[in-house]
Write a protein that binds this ligand. Structure first.
Ligand SMILES: Cc1ncc(COP(=O)(O)O)c(C=O)c1O
Length: 358
């Protein structure tokens, strides 16, 4: 095995090394000789941990008491339905389509409300976003939906769209990669397996006045207010993924919080984009204004080299650089836990590969 292995997977993704060490150290004894995998979500030890993890996330993102923070199951995909079911009241909703994930979310919303597509970047293969002046917003939308970072296409919307209805954002691959202005959002959701831990947990941050005493016709497990009333313990909580997320929040705080994450992520992304833009063999077509900090897809200007690139990279410890199966090419996912050294090693490898093959 190579000395250093870097996992560039888009999710489940690299965890901080110290988090894995903490999990390992305490795996067989979280409390009273019992492991974290064996204790009840309602045990005092876990409830204390859970409440600490919520307050750490609140402090990282500066979330005030007008928002509920929920720790749910079902993945981000379940939110594609819960959002329209809870917030749309069968009315009209506005969706901005900038990649595969927002497109899927819009398709799910159709089951519950009247869908208005504000703009759709499919025609240009999701490498750009049209000017907001050209968007066709509806008059009285219940909410405006966008995906802050399209993990597959590597397209990120760096500034929150200016609209005058509640904004809902899928931040699955970008939450906690930088500070955000929480108060500008109605609802944010993110599955954990990219920047926040492992699969099995989905974070929902939602303005309380959008959910309290709403959607009473839905079964409780699908209602945000029911989860809120029960402190995300309406049924058995995903104890282990929640535990991992709590450790990741502590790790981010120790690193200097979201300002530190943001500096690191911007630096990693600019190193890689600069290299790609100045190379002859590699290219990234996304409008630089919308390039993702954490998912960096690239293709090659010469045919027939991809398979060799991916195999050789894997052999030297640069794993999972294959692009999403629907788009092909390569993709480096470089979330919070990916160290800068990994980017330097990736660039050195890409340089060697170019020299040998061009
Ligand atoms: C932006 C985005 N939204 C939604 C999802 C779906 O997440 P899940 O598999 O947790 O349902 C993903 C998964 O990669 C994603 O990247």
């Amino acid at each position: 095995m190579p000395i250093n292995v870097y996992n560039f997977s888009a999710g489940p993704a690299t965890l901080p090394k110290s988090v894995i060490d903490q999990i390992t150290d305490r795996l067989d004894n979280f409390t009273d000789g019992m492991s974290i995998m064996e204790i009840s979500h309602r045990s005092v030890a876990f409830k204390d941990f859970a409440s600490e993890s919520e307050s750490n996330l609140r402090s990282l993102l500066q979330i005030d008491d007008s928002y509920a923070v929920l720790f749910l199951q079902g993945g981000a995909t379940q939110q594609f339905s819960m959002v329209p079911m809870n917030l749309a009241n069968q009315g009209t909703v506005d969706y901005l389509i900038t990649g595969a994930w927002s497109k899927r979310a819009a398709n799910y919303a159709k089951y519950h409300c009247n869908l208005n597509i504000v703009a759709d970047s499919s025609d240009n293969n999701f490498i750009d976003v049209s000017n907001p002046a050209e968007w066709v917003n509806s008059k009285n939308a219940e909410y405006f939906y966008y995906c802050a970072n399209e993990t597959i296409h590597g397209l990120e919307i760096h500034d929150i769209p200016e609209v005058n209805v509640p904004v809902v954002s899928d931040m699955s691959s970008t939450l906690c990669t930088r500070p955000i202005e929480i108060e500008k959002y109605g609802l944010i959701f993110a599955s954990a397996q990219k920047n926040l831990g492992i699969a099995g947990l989905t974070i929902v941050i939602v303005k309380k006045d959008l959910i309290i005493d709403k959607a009473k016709d839905l079964p409780p497990l699908l209602r945000y207010d029911a989860h809120y009333q029960e402190k995300s313990m309406l049924n058995t909580s995903p104890v282990f993924p929640w535990y991992v997320a709590g450790l990741v929040f502590e790790w981010i705080l120790e690193q200097g919080g979201l300002d530190a994450m943001s500096k690191l992520n911007e630096k990693k992304a600019s190193l890689l984009y600069n290299y790609i833009d100045n190379s002859i063999l590699y290219q990234n077509d996304v409008n630089p204004k919308f390039r993702s900090w954490v998912n960096i897809p690239f293709t090659m200007t010469q045919d027939g080299l991809e398979e060799n690139f991916l195999k050789t990279a894997s052999d030297v410890g640069l794993k999972n650089l294959k692009g999403h199966r629907t788009v092909g090419g390569m993709r480096a996912s470089v979330y919070n836990a990916m160290p800068i050294k990994a980017i330097e090693e990736l660039i050195a490898f890409m340089e060697d590969f170019e020299n040998v093959n061009l």
